[in-house]
Design a protein. Structure first.
Length: 43
């Protein structure tokens, strides 16, 4: 791999892990909001 490809790959990985962290946090927020509203037996 060339240097440019390595840099692009590393940037893509950083972006992806950043997006994954954001979606994980969003999922936790969503669960915190939705779970208390559900009937107890569906939890």
């Amino acid at each position: 791999m060339t240097m440019g490809m390595m840099q692009g790959y590393r940037q893509a990985v950083q972006q992806f892990s950043g997006i994954k962290k954001l979606t994980d946090e969003a999922m936790h927020d969503w669960l915190d909001i939705v779970l208390p509203k559900l009937p107890p037996r569906t939890q």
